[in-house]
Unconditional design. Structure first.
Length: 201
């Protein structure tokens, strides 16, 4: 490589799946394979024009149907990657934070245990593998997954602790872009809503 050439950088594009009945009602959803609502399908289809002009080197998806169907409706045939599944909530599957706080005041997934589920360390370890793989391959990787797993993925890309994912709010059927600026991991775009412009084809 000549002195004038820049090394190939890596970008990580994150897409949260479209709306489900459980996401609409704020229920914790991990292993339960809920379907997209009609609105969720419309949201997923609306991603197509936003992402179709971008050249992706690879597309990965959680094996959960809500992520896979979002990817398909957006126009992609993803590789299934188990490591991007949602945080396993254990006994808190299917219930809301408000309900959990009736017995565990001030509970959050970022600060408290999830009985029967994953620890922050376990979630971080598998998403570290995703970061390592995306960086080693270089180019542009598109990931369809879930709110908490994507927030942790962003934190780990940026070299932050798992709990720092709490600051990256992410809505259904939005996309976000992580990259590097002269060796510094950065957020290029975050939580881009429908109608937003996808950057750099």
């Amino acid at each position: 490589m000549s002195a004038e050439q820049e090394p190939e950088t890596a970008e990580l594009w994150l897409v949260r799946h479209g709306e489900t009945e459980w996401s609409r009602s704020w229920k914790h959803t991990s292993v339960t394979d809920v379907e997209l609502t009609d609105l969720g399908r419309e949201q997923a289809e609306a991603l197509r024009p936003q992402l179709s002009g971008v050249r992706f080197d690879r597309v990965w998806s959680s094996p959960r149907r809500r992520a896979l169907v979002t990817a398909e409706l957006a126009g992609f045939e993803p590789e299934v990657v188990e490591d991007v599944v949602e945080w396993n909530y254990g006994e808190y599957e299917g219930i809301t934070t408000q309900q959990i706080r009736q017995t565990v005041p001030d509970w959050t997934v970022w600060s408290h245990p999830t009985p029967g589920g994953e620890t922050a360390e376990q979630v971080g370890a598998r998403l570290d593998r995703v970061v390592e793989r995306a960086r080693s391959l270089g180019g542009r990787t598109l990931v369809f997954a879930h709110a908490h797993s994507l927030r942790v993925l962003a934190a780990r890309w940026l070299g932050l602790e798992v709990a720092d994912g709490r600051v990256f709010a992410i809505d259904t059927a939005t996309y976000s872009v992580l990259g590097d600026d002269r060796g510094q991991p950065v957020v290029q775009q975050w939580n881009v809503q429908q109608g937003g412009r996808a950057s750099r084809a």
